[in-house]
Design a protein around this ligand. Structure first.
Ligand SMILES: [Zn+2]
Length: 273
């Protein structure tokens, strides 16, 4: 008979602490209501913020501007009980202008159709985009090609090398380092033929040079008929097993490749153990 009583006492205690918990929550909620509402502040300050940041040329509507800067604006306001001055908010926003603009460039690219953007808007996106180029790169490239903006394509290309999925194989069509291990260019979707990929990576000279550094690896490649290619160069099949998370291209030797490499193979067999 004692057990149920203990359980009951425990249950009562739990209920008690639960109601205390809800009371606490309610208290914090009432406290929160006293904080400055950043969205109200956004309504008042957006115009000053946009013009001070030099974004008026984007020519967006009031609603679009508010949408554009909403998230960074809210975090710049923070949780405060006294209303901050607009200069304080602008100061906080411009503390890291490059990163702020990268966020805004990404947001703008998501908010607006690229093909409906003004030239100024598209330029803003291309100038300031950073990591988001990983997702937006192909569409931005397509749009810049459509507008024949070679200057923007050049800029995109260097941004890709810096922030994109930088591949050791350059696309022969668009010039981006964006050919993926399936031999398809991530940026322009060009499917790179075997021969072209080999030309890009400098075959068969590449393997002739490799034979000098690693004769046994070279022999392995010659006899197995393929190798991997990555940022570190040639990798024999047996050494590629542990390499995950790297862009590795499987390159199969053609008859012609084997013919070209044959003398080096015979040489290497005679020279080293
Ligand atoms: Zn391409």
């Amino acid at each position: 008979m004692r057990l149920p009583r203990i359980r009951k006492a425990r249950e009562e205690k739990e209920q008690e602490s639960e109601s205390k918990e809800t009371e606490k929550k309610r208290k914090t909620r009432t406290k929160k209501e006293k904080f400055v509402d950043p969205l109200e502040l956004l309504n008042e300050y957006w115009n000053d913020v946009i013009s001070t940041l030099g974004l008026s040329y984007l020519g967006l509507s009031e609603d679009e501007y508010k949408e554009l800067i909403k998230e960074p604006f809210i975090s710049a306001v923070g949780e405060v009980k006294t209303k901050p001055k607009v200069s304080t908010i602008i100061g906080r926003l411009s503390a890291n202008r490059e990163d702020l603009f990268a966020v805004l460039a990404t947001k703008l690219a998501v908010m607006r159709d690229l093909n409906k953007m003004t030239d100024g808007q598209l330029e803003f996106v291309v100038y300031y985009i950073k990591e988001a180029i990983k997702g937006l790169g192909p569409r931005l490239y397509e749009e810049c090609v459509r507008r024949k903006r070679d200057d923007l394509i050049d800029l995109l290309r260097s941004k890709w090398s810096q922030y994109g999925i930088n591949s050791p194989v350059k696309c022969p069509k668009c010039g981006f380092n964006a050919v993926m291990p399936d031999y398809i260019c991530y940026i322009c979707r060009y499917s790179v033929p075997d021969k072209e990929l080999k030309k890009q990576i400098g075959m068969p000279h590449l393997l002739v040079e490799y034979a000098k550094i690693d004769p046994s690896g070279f022999r392995e490649i010659y006899t197995s008929g393929y190798f991997y290619y990555g940022w570190q160069g040639v990798i024999p099949p047996s050494k590629a097993k542990g390499l995950t998370g790297e862009l590795l291209f499987e390159v199969v030797l053609s008859k012609a490749d084997k013919e070209a490499l044959k003398p080096f193979y015979i040489d290497s067999k005679n020279q080293s153990p």
